[in-house]
Structures are given as structure tokens and as C-alpha cells.
Design a binder for this molecule. Structure first.
Ligand code: NOJ
Length: 514
């Protein structure tokens, strides 16, 4: 695992909505370059850019039409190369988004694959042998090709599934191939070529879309783990420093597959939604949430992964509601105290550092549907379109948050009490404490059902930090014996330790050396 991951704090950029420098209403690579200093000043030292490749944009770029060419609306391949170079000059790293599970229907591979005559791409996608037979358990595209067959889809109906084979092909279904067959192996080799192309150009690794979905009928993930182990061999041989983070949500599996990091996701078994995105989130000051199931699942994953890699907890992403949809004010600050004191590499979704809101009632843009409200343009300042773009408001890719009181980076940078400054302070504290960095261990000392606070000890190289998090609007206590030495961080007042009990004020959090 690359050394730089030890203290990495990532910033996710949804390129459409970050910064538009050519007044066409949509963000671009030059816009990213111009804001690298902003990201660095916040304390983030790595970025993940959502797919920026040629695409018909039926799913915001997760429907790729050419893996090795960027979409002209963002600039040229040369411009992306400059993003890598400018980031490296600032000691920052850049991950691209690799979408190996499917392409768009416009990808030349798919067009060739639809032809009746056998060719190099006939087996590139998952096709049945006749149009009347749909692949079980998957949606399919039918009646659009001269080829007789139905093609499995991976997500939306315009995203045909690339063929990496089936875990145990059904002998009754001769069209199901095995991962070792020529077709699936050629698909993987083509995807390795894509990785090689960008890594040679200077990118530092990939966030991998739906990484656990590649081998079909693979309930336990064994076939897909094997596939990624094959990729690991390729990377170890050619690009040992490339950083790999999976959208899988089951770290025990992804890390076995050779990923360095895996996300906790808003779907799947993680209980991540219990924290910030349910009717009674743990981080609401109402104090009616429950963190215990999240902690139990986290512990199981943490023990299974045996510190082999990093479990990453994002503040949000382009697929889920904004953090600020359910939390406000100090609730957000306390949520970041948690996010930035957990092991693994934290990921901050652009705008979450200033509490950007979910924009309600927007029409779907580029397959965003309910996700569109979390993808609105970054709010930089109080100029036209909040400094995002000088295009007429009607030309913006997504409507801005119309609120007069919408947060902006400029106003928050000028206000020492802002969320921006809290996040910046927390990143600094994290990066100057060995115990709080990605690989410091964690032991939960208090995480009881329907109870507050949450407390855990982070430890590395002899440094021990007790983290206590109390989002609720009531003072709370829990049994624990420790002398609280210096406080690395507090918000909302200090905790007190007396006779084996620690008491912490309402709506507060603190990190203490013990
Ligand atoms: C997960 C991505 O994050 C999401 O935005 C996309 O729609 C699906 N995968 C399909 O690629």
C-alpha cells in the first residue's frame, strides 16, 4: 500500500458541478486546477474525480463510450494530465473513477457486440443465445440488435453488462461463460489496458464503480475476489504504487481481492445510514438514534480485515442525500469530529465542508433522479451563480441552491466559527496525531443500544486518544476509568472523568490523550 495513504484525506469532485471556467454552465478540468489550492488549504491531500470520459451521459458519465478519451465538455486528455501534474506539484494525489462493470450502449465494443456475425467483441458482454431468453435475476436489453439474444444490464437499461463470466456457469445455459474463458479474460485484459493508459499518464489510482458486481451469480463474491486478485498481480507487477478503493461495501471481500480501501455505503449491510441518513440519525441532537448496530458491523469488518487495508467512511457522495439534509449547525460539526477521527481514509464530498444543502424539488439531470439535489453547483462566493460559472443561470448544468442564505466557501473562510474552519481544524489535528491517522487502531469503549455518547480509543506508537462524541442535547455519562490528560480537540465543552465515570456536556465532542 502506498505510503501516502497513511495520512490521506480525500475530497470527492463531481466535475460537472465544481467550477466552470469557460462559461458553458458545466465544470471543467481547468476549474479543478484553479481550486486545488482551496482543497489543499482545507487540508485534503487527495481527490477522487467522478467519471470524466466520453459518454452520452445517461448516468452522469457512469455510462462510458470511450474509456481512454475524456468528455470534451471537461477539456482534453492533455488538460486532465495537467490536473495530475498540478496536483502532484502540491503533493496531492488523484484517483479517477473506473467503471468496469458496464459501458454505455454507444460504446464501439457494444455496437460490434450487437452484430450477428461473430467478431472480437461478440463475448465482451453478457448475452443469452436467443432474444426470448432473458438472463435470470438481471434486467436485459432485447430487440435492439441484429444479433439474436438478450444482453444483461448492470444498472440502468442503457448500461449493458460487460462479460467477466459466471461463478458457476449453468451447464443448461451454454451462453454462461466461466471467468477463465477467452471472452471474460479478454474483457479483463481490456480493462487493464484502460488502467495502464491512465496510470501511465500520471493518475494515482482508481475508485472502482460497483467493484463487487463483475462476476455474475456470485453470491459470496468468490469469483469476483479471484478476478480482483488477478488485477492485483498486474498492478503489483506494473504499478505497485497505484491506490485502489472499491465501491463494494464489504471490506472483508474487497481487501481479499487486493483493494487497499473500501467504502461504507448507504446500501448493503453497513448500517452507515443509521449515522446521518434515517428518520432518527445518531448525529441528530434529538438523541433518539442508535449507533450500536453500526458499531457491531464495523467491528466485525475491522476484525475480519485485520488491518490489511482501510475502511473508508464518506461524509456523503453523489448518490446519497447531502449530509446537511438531516443535520444542521453543531450537529454537522460533531459529525465531522467523528468522520475525521475514525480509522481508514476519510472522504469529503465537495461542498459538505461548508454544509451545502440538498436542493429539493429538482428535475432529474442526466440520470440523477433523487440524487440530483446532492449534485448542485459548488457555492464559492456571493458573485453570479455563487462563483461557479458566469453562464446565464438558465444554462447551468443543475440549478443552484436558490436560498438567499446558502452557504459559500468565501463567507465561511472569513468566519472563524464556521463549519469550514471546524473541518479544517479537525483535519489538522488528525494529521498531527499518529493515533488518529488511518492506521491507528480502534477500540470501542462505549456504543450501547439507544444510548449516548459514543466513545472509542485510537492508538498508535504509544499515543492513545480517547474520542467521545455526544451529538444529543443532553449531558451524558458512561463508565470508564481514565485520566483525561490534554485535550487535542473539544467542541461544546470538556468531558470530566471522576470515580470511574466520564461525563460529557450536551452537544459536544472531544479527543483526549489518556
Ligand atoms: C455507482 C455510482 O456511484 C452511481 O452514480 C452510478 O449510477 C452506478 N454505480 C452505476 O454505475
Amino acid at each position: 500500500m502506498s505510503k501516502w495513504l497513511d495520512n490521506a484525506v480525500f475530497y470527492e469532485i463531481y466535475p460537472q458541478s465544481f467550477n466552470d471556467t469557460n462559461a458553458d454552465g458545466i465544470g471543467d478540468f481547468q476549474g479543478i486546477i484553479e481550486k486545488l489550492d482551496y482543497i489543499k488549504e482545507l487540508g485534503c491531500n487527495a481527490i477522487w474525480i467522478n467519471p470524466c470520459f466520453l459518454s452520452p451521459f445517461g448516468d452522469a458519465g457512469y455510462d462510458v463510450a470511450d474509456y481512454c478519451r475524456v468528455a470534451p465538455r471537461y477539456g482534453t486528455n492533455e488538460d486532465l494530465k495537467r490536473v495530475f501534474e498540478e496536483a502532484h506539484k502540491r503533493d496531492m494525489h488523484v484517483l479517477l473513477d473506473l467503471v468496469p462493470g458496464h459501458t454505455s450502449v454507444e460504446h464501439p465494443w457494444f455496437k460490434e457486440s450487437m452484430k450477428a456475425d461473430r467478431n472480437e467483441f461478440t463475448d465482451r458482454y453478457v448475452w443469452t443465445n436467443n432474444v426470448w431468453e432473458a438472463p435470470e435475476g438481471m434486467g436485459s436489453l432485447r430487440g435492439i440488435s441484429e444479433r439474436d439474444g438478450a444482453c444483461a444490464i448492470n444498472f440502468f437499461s442503457n448500461q449493458p453488462a460487460l462479460n467477466y463470466g459466471f461463478y458457476q456457469p449453468d451447464p443448461e445455459k451454454p451462453w454462461q461463460q466461466s471467468f477463465d474463458d477467452e471472452g471474460p479474460q479478454a474483457t479483463l485484459a481490456a480493462m487493464e489496458d484502460v488502467m495502464r493508459f491512465w496510470l501511465n499518464m500520471g493518475c494515482d489510482g482508481f475508485r472502482v464503480d460497483m467493484a463487487g458486481s463483475l462476476v455474475k451469480n456470485d453470491q459470496e463474491g468468490k469469483g469476483t475476489i479471484r478476478l480482483w486478485q488477478q488485477v492485483r498481480k498486474f498492478l503489483d507487477a506494473e504499478f505497485p504504487d497505484a491506490a485502489m478503493v472499491s465501491e463494494w461495501g464489504e471490506p472483508d471481500k474487497s481487501l481479499q481481492g487486493g483493494f487497499h480501501m473500501d467504502f461504507l455505503l448507504h446500501f448493503g449491510p453497513s448500517h452507515y445510514n443509521d449515522l446521518f441518513r434515517c428518520d432518527e440519525p445518531f448525529f441528530s441532537k434529538r438523541g433518539k438514534g442508535d449507533i450500536s448496530e453500526f458499531v457491531e458491523t464495523y467491528k466485525t469488518n475491522y476484525n475480519k480485515t485485520a488491518q490489511k487495508g482501510l475502511i473508508c467512511i464518506p461524509s456523503g457522495n453523489h448518490d446519497m442525500d447531502r449530509l446537511a439534509r438531516r443535520l444542521q449547525g453543531d450537529e454537522l460539526k460533531i459529525a465531522f469530529a467523528f468522520l475525521l477521527s475514525m480509522p481508514g481514509a476519510p472522504f469529503i464530498y465537495y461542498g459538505d465542508e461548508i454544509g451545502m444543502r440538498y436542493v429539493e424539488g429538482l428535475k432529474s439531470v442526466e440520470g440523477g433522479y433523487n440524487r440530483t439535489g446532492s449534485r448542485s453547483p459548488m457555492q464559492w462566493d456571493d458573485s453570479t451563480n455563487a462563483g461557479f460559472s458566469s453562464a446565464p443561470a438558465s444554462d447551468l448544468y443543475i440549478t443552484m441552491d436558490p436560498g438567499k442564505d446558502r452557504p459559500t466557501a468565501k463567507a465561511q473562510m472569513a468566519d472563524p466559527d464556521s463549519l469550514y474552519h471546524e473541518v479544517k481544524k479537525l483535519i489538522q489535528i488528525r494529521q498531527s496525531s499518529k493515533a488518529l491517522l488511518s492506521r491507528g487502531t480502534i477500540e470501542f469503549v462505549y456504543a450501547e443500544k439507544n444510548q449516548y455518547p459514543l466513545a472509542y480509543v485510537r492508538e498508535a506508537e504509544g499515543e492513545k486518544v480517547l474520542v467521545i462524541i455526544n451529538p444529543s442535547d443532553k449531558e451524558q455519562s458512561f463508565p470508564y476509568s481514565a485520566e483525561l490528560k490534554d485535550a487535542l480537540y473539544t467542541i461544546g465543552g470538556k468531558a470530566e472523568s471522576k470515580d470511574g465515570t466520564i461525563t460529557i456536556p450536551a452537544q459536544s465532542a472531544g479527543f483526549y490523550h489518556i
